[in-house]
Design a protein around this ligand. Sequence first.
Ligand code: AMP
Ligand code: ZN
Length: 460
Amino acid sequence: MSLRLYNTLAAAKEAFVPLDPANVRMYVCGPTVYDRAHIGNARPAVVFDVLFRLLRQLYGEAHVSYVRNITDVDDKIIKAHQRTGEPITSITERTTRDYHHDVSVLGCLPPTTEPRATHHIADMVAMIEALIARGHAYMAEGHVLFEVGSDPDYGVLSRRNTDEMMAGARVEVAPYKKSPFDFVLWKPSSADEPGWDSPWGRGRPGWHIECSAMSRRYLGQTFDIHGGGQDLIFPHHENEIAQSTCAHGGQPFVRYWLHNGFLMAEGQKMSKSLGNFYTVHELLSEFPGEAIRLSLLQTHYRQPLDFTRAGLQQSRQALNRVYTALRDLAAVPGAEPAAPQAVLDALSDDLNTPEALAHVFALVGEAHKAAPSQQAAIKAQLLGAGALLGLFAQDPEAWFRWQPEGAETLSEQAIAALIEERFQARKARDFARADRIRSELAAQGIVLEDGAAGTTWRRA
Ligand code: AMP
Ligand code: ZN
Protein backbone atom coordinates (compact mmCIF):
# COMPACT_ATOMS: atom_id res chain seq x y z
CA MET A 1 0.00 0.00 0.00
CA SER A 2 1.34 3.45 -0.77
CA LEU A 3 1.60 6.03 1.98
CA ARG A 4 -1.50 8.03 2.91
CA LEU A 5 -1.44 10.82 5.48
CA TYR A 6 -4.15 12.94 7.06
CA ASN A 7 -3.48 16.48 5.92
CA THR A 8 -4.95 19.13 8.25
CA LEU A 9 -4.89 21.57 5.32
CA ALA A 10 -7.24 19.36 3.28
CA ALA A 11 -9.07 17.95 6.34
CA ALA A 12 -8.73 14.54 4.66
CA LYS A 13 -6.42 11.60 4.20
CA GLU A 14 -4.40 12.07 1.04
CA ALA A 15 -1.90 10.02 -0.96
CA PHE A 16 1.56 11.23 -0.02
CA VAL A 17 3.56 12.21 -3.09
CA PRO A 18 6.85 13.96 -2.25
CA LEU A 19 8.07 16.86 -4.36
CA ASP A 20 11.37 15.06 -4.83
CA PRO A 21 11.59 11.38 -3.82
CA ALA A 22 15.37 11.76 -3.67
CA ASN A 23 14.96 14.33 -0.87
CA VAL A 24 11.78 13.97 1.17
CA ARG A 25 11.62 16.92 3.58
CA MET A 26 9.92 17.18 6.98
CA TYR A 27 9.97 19.91 9.64
CA VAL A 28 8.63 19.42 13.18
CA CYS A 29 8.39 22.14 15.83
CA GLY A 30 10.76 21.22 18.63
CA PRO A 31 10.89 22.15 22.29
CA THR A 32 11.19 25.54 23.92
CA VAL A 33 14.11 24.84 26.24
CA TYR A 34 13.25 26.35 29.61
CA ASP A 35 12.15 23.29 31.54
CA ARG A 36 12.10 19.49 31.37
CA ALA A 37 9.85 17.93 28.72
CA HIS A 38 6.63 16.38 29.97
CA ILE A 39 5.24 13.21 28.50
CA GLY A 40 2.82 15.28 26.34
CA ASN A 41 5.81 17.04 24.72
CA ALA A 42 7.28 13.60 24.07
CA ARG A 43 4.26 12.55 22.01
CA PRO A 44 5.17 14.55 18.85
CA ALA A 45 8.84 13.50 19.22
CA VAL A 46 7.83 9.81 19.19
CA VAL A 47 5.04 10.08 16.58
CA PHE A 48 7.18 11.95 14.06
CA ASP A 49 10.09 9.61 14.76
CA VAL A 50 7.89 6.76 13.53
CA LEU A 51 7.06 8.76 10.41
CA PHE A 52 10.77 9.51 9.91
CA ARG A 53 11.55 5.77 10.17
CA LEU A 54 8.75 4.91 7.74
CA LEU A 55 9.89 7.52 5.20
CA ARG A 56 13.46 6.21 5.44
CA GLN A 57 12.17 2.70 4.79
CA LEU A 58 10.08 3.84 1.78
CA TYR A 59 12.54 6.30 0.18
CA GLY A 60 15.92 5.19 1.53
CA GLU A 61 17.84 6.52 4.52
CA ALA A 62 19.87 9.00 2.50
CA HIS A 63 16.74 10.50 0.93
CA VAL A 64 14.89 11.90 3.93
CA SER A 65 15.66 15.20 5.69
CA TYR A 66 14.05 15.68 9.08
CA VAL A 67 14.53 19.06 10.75
CA ARG A 68 13.43 19.59 14.35
CA ASN A 69 14.36 22.93 15.88
CA ILE A 70 15.32 24.05 19.35
CA THR A 71 13.56 27.26 20.45
CA ASP A 72 16.24 28.82 22.65
CA VAL A 73 14.98 32.40 22.62
CA ASP A 74 11.54 32.91 24.14
CA ASP A 75 9.87 34.88 26.90
CA LYS A 76 9.37 31.70 28.96
CA ILE A 77 13.16 31.28 29.03
CA ILE A 78 13.64 34.89 30.12
CA LYS A 79 11.05 34.37 32.89
CA ALA A 80 12.84 31.23 34.09
CA HIS A 81 16.07 33.22 34.27
CA GLN A 82 14.39 36.04 36.21
CA ARG A 83 12.87 33.53 38.62
CA THR A 84 16.03 31.56 39.39
CA GLY A 85 18.96 33.79 38.42
CA GLU A 86 20.47 30.99 36.35
CA PRO A 87 22.16 32.45 33.24
CA ILE A 88 20.09 32.06 30.05
CA THR A 89 22.68 30.00 28.17
CA SER A 90 23.01 27.70 31.15
CA ILE A 91 19.21 27.16 31.19
CA THR A 92 18.99 26.51 27.45
CA GLU A 93 22.05 24.26 27.26
CA ARG A 94 21.08 22.19 30.29
CA THR A 95 17.49 21.81 29.07
CA THR A 96 18.62 20.89 25.55
CA ARG A 97 20.90 18.19 27.00
CA ASP A 98 18.04 16.86 29.13
CA TYR A 99 15.72 16.84 26.11
CA HIS A 100 18.25 14.89 24.04
CA HIS A 101 18.64 12.39 26.82
CA ASP A 102 14.88 11.96 27.32
CA VAL A 103 14.01 11.47 23.64
CA SER A 104 16.92 9.11 23.06
CA VAL A 105 15.79 6.92 25.99
CA LEU A 106 12.37 6.97 24.29
CA GLY A 107 14.02 5.46 21.21
CA CYS A 108 13.90 8.53 18.93
CA LEU A 109 16.54 8.82 16.23
CA PRO A 110 18.31 12.18 16.11
CA PRO A 111 16.80 14.36 13.36
CA THR A 112 18.95 15.08 10.32
CA THR A 113 19.33 18.71 11.40
CA GLU A 114 18.53 20.37 14.71
CA PRO A 115 18.85 24.14 14.25
CA ARG A 116 18.84 26.51 17.20
CA ALA A 117 16.88 29.72 16.86
CA THR A 118 19.73 31.85 18.29
CA HIS A 119 22.02 30.64 15.47
CA HIS A 120 19.59 31.87 12.81
CA ILE A 121 18.78 35.44 13.81
CA ALA A 122 20.20 36.75 10.50
CA ASP A 123 17.82 34.48 8.55
CA MET A 124 14.90 35.82 10.58
CA VAL A 125 15.94 39.44 10.06
CA ALA A 126 16.22 38.81 6.30
CA MET A 127 12.74 37.29 6.18
CA ILE A 128 11.24 40.17 8.16
CA GLU A 129 12.90 42.64 5.76
CA ALA A 130 11.34 40.78 2.83
CA LEU A 131 7.92 40.97 4.51
CA ILE A 132 8.28 44.74 5.04
CA ALA A 133 9.47 45.20 1.45
CA ARG A 134 6.44 43.32 0.12
CA GLY A 135 4.01 45.33 2.22
CA HIS A 136 3.07 42.59 4.69
CA ALA A 137 4.69 44.00 7.83
CA TYR A 138 4.96 47.35 9.60
CA MET A 139 6.87 48.95 12.45
CA ALA A 140 5.19 50.27 15.58
CA GLU A 141 6.80 51.30 18.86
CA GLY A 142 9.99 49.36 18.27
CA HIS A 143 8.06 46.26 17.17
CA VAL A 144 7.69 44.81 13.70
CA LEU A 145 4.25 43.30 13.16
CA PHE A 146 2.82 41.08 10.48
CA GLU A 147 -0.28 42.70 9.00
CA VAL A 148 -2.84 39.91 8.83
CA GLY A 149 -5.18 42.04 6.71
CA SER A 150 -2.56 42.06 3.93
CA ASP A 151 -2.89 38.31 3.43
CA PRO A 152 -6.23 37.28 1.87
CA ASP A 153 -5.43 33.59 2.53
CA TYR A 154 -4.95 34.03 6.27
CA GLY A 155 -6.87 31.28 8.09
CA VAL A 156 -6.51 28.50 5.46
CA LEU A 157 -5.20 25.98 7.96
CA SER A 158 -7.36 26.56 11.01
CA ARG A 159 -10.45 27.69 9.03
CA ARG A 160 -11.42 30.09 11.79
CA ASN A 161 -13.52 33.14 11.42
CA THR A 162 -12.43 36.30 13.18
CA ASP A 163 -14.73 35.77 16.21
CA GLU A 164 -13.20 32.39 16.83
CA MET A 165 -9.73 33.86 16.44
CA MET A 166 -10.51 36.56 18.98
CA ALA A 167 -11.57 33.87 21.45
CA GLY A 168 -8.19 32.14 20.99
CA ALA A 169 -6.15 32.66 24.11
CA ARG A 170 -2.98 33.45 22.23
CA VAL A 171 -4.18 36.54 20.33
CA GLU A 172 -2.67 39.48 22.14
CA VAL A 173 -4.41 42.84 22.00
CA ALA A 174 -1.98 45.79 22.07
CA PRO A 175 -2.52 49.49 21.34
CA TYR A 176 0.21 49.68 18.68
CA LYS A 177 -1.36 46.95 16.52
CA LYS A 178 -3.47 47.90 13.49
CA SER A 179 -5.57 44.82 14.16
CA PRO A 180 -5.55 42.49 17.19
CA PHE A 181 -4.69 39.59 14.86
CA ASP A 182 -1.43 41.19 13.76
CA PHE A 183 1.41 39.31 15.38
CA VAL A 184 4.95 40.10 16.41
CA LEU A 185 7.85 39.39 14.08
CA TRP A 186 10.40 41.36 16.08
CA LYS A 187 10.25 43.04 19.49
CA PRO A 188 12.58 45.32 21.42
CA SER A 189 14.74 43.90 24.21
CA SER A 190 15.61 45.80 27.37
CA ALA A 191 19.27 45.89 28.43
CA ASP A 192 18.89 42.83 30.68
CA GLU A 193 17.07 40.74 28.06
CA PRO A 194 18.77 38.79 25.26
CA GLY A 195 18.89 40.89 22.10
CA TRP A 196 20.48 41.27 18.69
CA ASP A 197 21.14 44.38 16.61
CA SER A 198 18.73 44.77 13.74
CA PRO A 199 17.45 47.49 11.37
CA TRP A 200 14.75 48.09 14.04
CA GLY A 201 17.11 48.40 16.98
CA ARG A 202 18.27 45.85 19.53
CA GLY A 203 15.65 43.18 19.97
CA ARG A 204 14.62 39.58 19.49
CA PRO A 205 12.42 37.58 17.13
CA GLY A 206 8.84 36.46 17.75
CA TRP A 207 8.29 32.71 18.06
CA HIS A 208 6.52 32.14 14.71
CA ILE A 209 9.22 33.68 12.51
CA GLU A 210 11.81 31.32 14.01
CA CYS A 211 10.23 28.24 12.40
CA SER A 212 9.58 29.99 9.06
CA ALA A 213 13.22 31.09 8.83
CA MET A 214 14.77 27.79 9.96
CA SER A 215 12.59 25.61 7.72
CA ARG A 216 13.41 27.88 4.76
CA ARG A 217 17.15 27.62 5.53
CA TYR A 218 17.26 23.81 5.64
CA LEU A 219 14.33 22.66 3.52
CA GLY A 220 13.73 25.46 1.02
CA GLN A 221 10.67 27.58 0.26
CA THR A 222 8.38 24.64 -0.43
CA PHE A 223 8.69 21.30 1.34
CA ASP A 224 6.67 18.19 2.01
CA ILE A 225 5.63 17.74 5.65
CA HIS A 226 5.29 20.00 8.67
CA GLY A 227 4.31 18.50 12.02
CA GLY A 228 3.52 19.41 15.61
CA GLY A 229 0.80 19.08 18.22
CA GLN A 230 -2.79 20.19 17.52
CA ASP A 231 -2.34 23.18 19.83
CA LEU A 232 0.07 24.62 17.25
CA ILE A 233 -2.47 24.78 14.37
CA PHE A 234 -3.58 28.22 15.53
CA PRO A 235 -1.91 30.59 15.73
CA HIS A 236 1.61 29.18 15.33
CA HIS A 237 1.24 27.22 12.10
CA GLU A 238 -1.30 29.63 10.63
CA ASN A 239 1.24 32.40 11.17
CA GLU A 240 4.10 30.35 9.74
CA ILE A 241 2.06 29.89 6.54
CA ALA A 242 1.29 33.62 6.34
CA GLN A 243 4.94 34.64 6.88
CA SER A 244 6.49 32.11 4.52
CA THR A 245 4.07 32.46 1.61
CA CYS A 246 4.06 36.25 1.84
CA ALA A 247 7.86 36.49 2.14
CA HIS A 248 8.23 34.19 -0.87
CA GLY A 249 5.85 36.05 -3.18
CA GLY A 250 3.06 33.48 -2.87
CA GLN A 251 5.22 30.35 -3.35
CA PRO A 252 3.48 27.41 -1.64
CA PHE A 253 4.99 26.61 1.77
CA VAL A 254 4.09 23.17 3.18
CA ARG A 255 2.21 20.48 1.27
CA TYR A 256 1.11 18.18 4.12
CA TRP A 257 0.37 19.46 7.62
CA LEU A 258 0.27 16.75 10.31
CA HIS A 259 -0.87 17.24 13.89
CA ASN A 260 -0.82 14.88 16.83
CA GLY A 261 -3.66 14.82 19.34
CA PHE A 262 -3.24 15.71 22.99
CA LEU A 263 -1.97 13.56 25.74
CA MET A 264 -4.58 13.90 28.47
CA ALA A 265 -4.38 13.59 32.23
CA GLU A 266 -7.64 13.25 34.16
CA GLY A 267 -9.66 14.51 31.20
CA GLN A 268 -7.58 17.61 30.46
CA LYS A 269 -4.72 18.38 28.10
CA MET A 270 -1.47 17.78 29.94
CA SER A 271 0.32 21.11 30.15
CA LYS A 272 2.80 22.97 32.23
CA SER A 273 0.37 25.80 32.87
CA LEU A 274 -2.27 23.46 34.33
CA GLY A 275 0.37 21.69 36.40
CA ASN A 276 -1.13 18.26 35.58
CA PHE A 277 2.03 16.88 34.04
CA TYR A 278 4.61 14.17 34.53
CA THR A 279 8.07 14.82 33.16
CA VAL A 280 9.69 12.11 31.08
CA HIS A 281 12.54 12.27 33.57
CA GLU A 282 10.39 11.37 36.58
CA LEU A 283 8.63 8.55 34.70
CA LEU A 284 12.01 7.06 33.79
CA SER A 285 12.64 6.50 37.47
CA GLU A 286 9.67 4.11 37.43
CA PHE A 287 9.38 2.71 33.91
CA PRO A 288 11.73 1.75 31.07
CA GLY A 289 11.74 4.30 28.23
CA GLU A 290 10.62 1.61 25.81
CA ALA A 291 7.44 0.99 27.85
CA ILE A 292 6.67 4.73 27.68
CA ARG A 293 7.22 4.69 23.92
CA LEU A 294 4.95 1.67 23.47
CA SER A 295 2.21 3.40 25.49
CA LEU A 296 2.45 6.46 23.24
CA LEU A 297 2.11 4.31 20.12
CA GLN A 298 -0.80 2.19 21.29
CA THR A 299 -3.24 5.00 20.45
CA HIS A 300 -3.51 6.45 16.94
CA TYR A 301 -1.55 9.71 16.83
CA ARG A 302 -4.57 11.89 15.99
CA GLN A 303 -6.67 10.60 18.89
CA PRO A 304 -6.47 11.97 22.42
CA LEU A 305 -4.43 9.64 24.60
CA ASP A 306 -5.33 9.11 28.23
CA PHE A 307 -2.19 8.89 30.24
CA THR A 308 -2.18 6.45 33.19
CA ARG A 309 0.44 4.61 35.18
CA ALA A 310 -1.61 1.41 34.75
CA GLY A 311 -1.21 1.85 30.97
CA LEU A 312 2.56 2.09 31.37
CA GLN A 313 2.55 -1.05 33.51
CA GLN A 314 0.59 -2.92 30.82
CA SER A 315 3.04 -1.78 28.16
CA ARG A 316 5.89 -3.06 30.26
CA GLN A 317 4.20 -6.46 30.55
CA ALA A 318 3.55 -6.53 26.80
CA LEU A 319 7.25 -5.88 26.22
CA ASN A 320 8.10 -8.69 28.64
CA ARG A 321 6.20 -11.01 26.28
CA VAL A 322 8.02 -9.71 23.19
CA TYR A 323 11.44 -9.97 24.81
CA THR A 324 10.65 -13.46 26.17
CA ALA A 325 9.94 -14.53 22.58
CA LEU A 326 13.14 -12.84 21.36
CA ARG A 327 15.12 -14.48 24.16
CA ASP A 328 13.73 -17.87 23.17
CA LEU A 329 14.80 -17.11 19.59
CA ALA A 330 18.24 -15.81 20.62
CA ALA A 331 20.06 -18.88 19.32
CA VAL A 332 18.19 -18.89 15.99
CA PRO A 333 20.55 -17.60 13.31
CA GLY A 334 19.52 -14.07 12.37
CA ALA A 335 17.86 -13.56 9.01
CA GLU A 336 17.89 -9.98 7.68
CA PRO A 337 15.18 -8.07 9.66
CA ALA A 338 12.18 -7.32 7.43
CA ALA A 339 8.87 -5.84 8.59
CA PRO A 340 5.84 -7.94 7.64
CA GLN A 341 3.73 -6.41 4.87
CA ALA A 342 0.77 -6.11 7.25
CA VAL A 343 2.80 -3.84 9.55
CA LEU A 344 4.00 -1.71 6.63
CA ASP A 345 0.43 -1.44 5.35
CA ALA A 346 -0.89 -0.36 8.74
CA LEU A 347 1.76 2.33 9.12
CA SER A 348 1.24 3.46 5.53
CA ASP A 349 -2.41 4.07 6.38
CA ASP A 350 -1.84 7.39 8.20
CA LEU A 351 0.52 5.81 10.76
CA ASN A 352 -1.93 3.30 12.19
CA THR A 353 0.38 2.22 15.01
CA PRO A 354 -2.34 0.39 17.05
CA GLU A 355 -3.02 -1.87 14.08
CA ALA A 356 0.70 -2.37 13.42
CA LEU A 357 1.16 -3.38 17.06
CA ALA A 358 -1.76 -5.82 16.90
CA HIS A 359 0.10 -7.61 14.07
CA VAL A 360 3.28 -7.61 16.15
CA PHE A 361 1.55 -9.23 19.12
CA ALA A 362 -0.05 -11.84 16.88
CA LEU A 363 3.48 -12.62 15.67
CA VAL A 364 4.67 -13.01 19.27
CA GLY A 365 1.88 -15.57 19.78
CA GLU A 366 3.07 -17.45 16.69
CA ALA A 367 6.67 -17.37 17.89
CA HIS A 368 5.74 -19.54 20.89
CA LYS A 369 4.18 -22.23 18.69
CA ALA A 370 6.52 -21.97 15.71
CA ALA A 371 8.21 -25.03 14.25
CA PRO A 372 12.00 -24.67 14.12
CA SER A 373 11.86 -24.10 10.36
CA GLN A 374 9.68 -20.99 10.87
CA GLN A 375 11.65 -19.42 13.69
CA ALA A 376 14.20 -17.46 11.65
CA ALA A 377 11.43 -15.82 9.60
CA ILE A 378 9.44 -14.85 12.69
CA LYS A 379 12.49 -13.38 14.38
CA ALA A 380 13.33 -11.38 11.25
CA GLN A 381 9.76 -10.06 11.08
CA LEU A 382 9.65 -9.10 14.76
CA LEU A 383 12.94 -7.24 14.52
CA GLY A 384 11.94 -5.62 11.21
CA ALA A 385 8.63 -4.38 12.67
CA GLY A 386 10.55 -3.18 15.73
CA ALA A 387 12.99 -1.19 13.60
CA LEU A 388 10.06 0.70 12.01
CA LEU A 389 8.36 1.35 15.33
CA GLY A 390 11.57 2.09 17.24
CA LEU A 391 10.98 -0.91 19.53
CA PHE A 392 12.55 -4.30 20.42
CA ALA A 393 16.10 -3.22 19.61
CA GLN A 394 17.58 -4.12 22.99
CA ASP A 395 19.38 -7.28 23.91
CA PRO A 396 16.58 -9.28 25.66
CA GLU A 397 18.85 -9.80 28.68
CA ALA A 398 19.36 -6.03 28.98
CA TRP A 399 15.57 -5.55 28.89
CA PHE A 400 15.05 -7.97 31.76
CA ARG A 401 17.85 -6.35 33.73
CA TRP A 402 16.49 -2.80 33.38
CA GLN A 403 16.74 -0.61 36.43
CA PRO A 404 15.34 2.86 37.02
CA GLU A 405 17.49 5.85 36.12
CA GLY A 406 19.57 6.91 39.10
CA ALA A 407 18.82 3.72 41.08
CA GLU A 408 21.58 2.25 43.20
CA THR A 409 21.33 -1.51 43.15
CA LEU A 410 23.71 -4.44 42.91
CA SER A 411 26.14 -4.18 40.02
CA GLU A 412 26.09 -6.82 37.28
CA GLN A 413 29.52 -8.04 38.43
CA ALA A 414 28.30 -8.50 42.00
CA ILE A 415 25.27 -10.45 40.75
CA ALA A 416 27.46 -12.63 38.53
CA ALA A 417 29.75 -13.34 41.49
CA LEU A 418 26.78 -14.40 43.68
CA ILE A 419 25.44 -16.64 40.91
CA GLU A 420 28.84 -18.31 40.67
CA GLU A 421 28.95 -18.73 44.46
CA ARG A 422 25.50 -20.35 44.38
CA PHE A 423 26.64 -22.65 41.56
CA GLN A 424 29.63 -23.79 43.63
CA ALA A 425 27.42 -24.30 46.68
CA ARG A 426 25.04 -26.51 44.70
CA LYS A 427 27.96 -28.47 43.27
CA ALA A 428 29.08 -29.11 46.84
CA ARG A 429 25.44 -30.10 47.63
CA ASP A 430 25.17 -27.21 50.14
CA PHE A 431 21.59 -26.46 49.12
CA ALA A 432 20.84 -24.38 52.20
CA ARG A 433 23.56 -21.92 51.24
CA ALA A 434 22.47 -21.93 47.58
CA ASP A 435 18.88 -21.13 48.63
CA ARG A 436 20.09 -18.35 50.91
CA ILE A 437 21.91 -16.69 48.01
CA ARG A 438 18.78 -16.97 45.88
CA SER A 439 16.63 -15.32 48.57
CA GLU A 440 19.19 -12.59 49.22
CA LEU A 441 19.13 -11.72 45.54
CA ALA A 442 15.32 -11.89 45.46
CA ALA A 443 15.20 -9.44 48.35
CA GLN A 444 17.08 -7.00 46.09
CA GLY A 445 14.71 -7.56 43.21
CA ILE A 446 16.92 -10.01 41.29
CA VAL A 447 15.16 -13.12 40.03
CA LEU A 448 17.25 -16.17 39.05
CA GLU A 449 16.11 -18.51 36.31
CA ASP A 450 17.79 -21.91 36.04
CA GLY A 451 17.76 -23.32 32.54
CA ALA A 452 19.54 -25.93 30.46
CA ALA A 453 22.26 -23.44 29.54
CA GLY A 454 22.89 -22.32 33.14
CA THR A 455 21.45 -19.60 35.34
CA THR A 456 20.27 -16.25 33.97
CA TRP A 457 18.84 -13.36 35.95
CA ARG A 458 16.45 -10.47 35.50
CA ARG A 459 15.13 -7.64 37.59
CA ALA A 460 11.64 -8.22 38.96
P1 AMP B 1 6.07 23.35 23.63
O1 AMP B 1 7.48 23.14 24.16
O2 AMP B 1 5.04 23.62 24.66
O3 AMP B 1 6.03 24.35 22.47
O4 AMP B 1 5.62 21.96 22.99
C1 AMP B 1 6.44 21.15 22.19
C2 AMP B 1 5.57 20.21 21.40
O5 AMP B 1 4.77 19.40 22.28
C3 AMP B 1 4.57 20.90 20.46
O6 AMP B 1 4.53 20.16 19.23
C4 AMP B 1 3.24 20.78 21.20
O7 AMP B 1 2.16 20.78 20.31
C5 AMP B 1 3.39 19.44 21.87
N1 AMP B 1 2.53 19.26 23.05
C6 AMP B 1 2.47 20.04 24.15
N2 AMP B 1 1.57 19.54 25.05
C7 AMP B 1 1.06 18.40 24.52
C8 AMP B 1 0.10 17.42 24.96
N3 AMP B 1 -0.49 17.49 26.15
N4 AMP B 1 -0.15 16.39 24.15
C9 AMP B 1 0.46 16.28 22.94
N5 AMP B 1 1.36 17.16 22.45
C10 AMP B 1 1.66 18.23 23.23
ZN1 ZN C 1 7.25 25.93 15.01
